[in-house]
Design a protein around this ligand. Structure first.
Ligand code: PGA
Length: 260
């Protein structure tokens, strides 16, 4: 199928600079012992204040990429407190998380803002990792598919097929984030296939089959193999388990074992 897996660590609001550097050194040392042909693409997303120091110790273009958890969609100007994509690129950031449920919920990130950010990321040649997912209430009401279809369509609104090709999605059921409750792998795969069909509707099936779609929500070394054994799950966006080098590397290596 040719979709290279991605394992991305979302550190959220955690780790001082020294701690961030120490964990990346540890991850690097562990990955250096593995042939890179047997590794997925790996991304770490520290807090802004640790980006420069982590960037300094990464050999860019090798095993681990640097991601950011947020940014503002304008390049510069009177936007107090914001950070732009050219500023992140200056630190060798290559990937950005957009529309995480925590940003949607606590910081009012709307579908319109998600769309503006996706366009800005693509214009700056940075990979957008677009998060979508339903709440427990929405799942219980049976509106999961409608909700996610709407999130995907709005995120991709106005993009050319060539641009759609470059995005990455992460299906993150909100009820599975940070709860220890993983979504059943078969059900996660069903939703991810549904996301792929929405992508096909707004572009075409060739592009839809090339877009990487990750699963996120309490991913652990013990869950990754079953997840990666599914036909359409192309990797993971990992929160809690990415904060410890051993478990993050366990997920990275596990992701390649059962890849179908
Ligand atoms: P979790 O977080 O792995 O701690 O559930 C995932 C995420 O929020 O991206």
């Amino acid at each position: 199928m040719g979709r290279k897996p991605i394992i991305a660590g979302n550190w959220k609001l955690n780790k001082l600079t020294g701690e961030a550097v120490a964990i990346v050194e540890d991850i690097k040392a562990k990955l250096d012992t593995i042939d890179s042909a047997n590794l997925p693409e790996v991304v770490v997303c520290p807090v802004f204040t640790a980006l420069q120091s982590v960037s300094n110790i990464l050999e860019h273009g090798k095993n681990i990429r640097l991601g950011a958890q947020n940014f503002y969609y304008k390049d510069s100007g009177a936007f107090t407190g914001e950070v732009s994509l050219p500023m992140l690129k200056d630190l060798c950031v290559t990937d950005v998380i957009i529309g995480h449920s925590e940003r949607r919920e606590y910081f009012s990130e709307s579908d319109e803002m998600v769309n503006l950010k996706v366009k800005a990321a693509l214009a700056n040649d940075v990979t957008p990792i677009i998060c979508v997912g339903e709440s427990l209430e929405q799942r219980e009401q049976g509106i999961t598919d409608n909700h996610i279809t709407s999130q995907v369509k709005k995120a991709l609104d106005g993009l050319s097929a060539a641009e759609v090709c470059k995005v990455v999605f992460a299906y993150e059921p909100i009820w599975a984030i940070g709860t220890g409750k993983t979504c059943d792998a078969v059900e996660a795969n069903r939703v991810i296939k549904m996301i792929r069909s929405v992508i096909a509707d707004v572009s075409n099936s060739g592009i839809a089959s090339s877009v990487r779609i990750l699963y996120g929500g309490s991913v652990k070394p013990s869950t990754i193999e079953e997840q990666m054994a599914q036909s359409d799950i192309d990797g993971a966006l990992v929160g809690g388990a990415s904060l410890v080098a051993e478990s993050f590397v366990g997920i990275i290596t596990g992701s390649m074992k059962s890849r179908v």
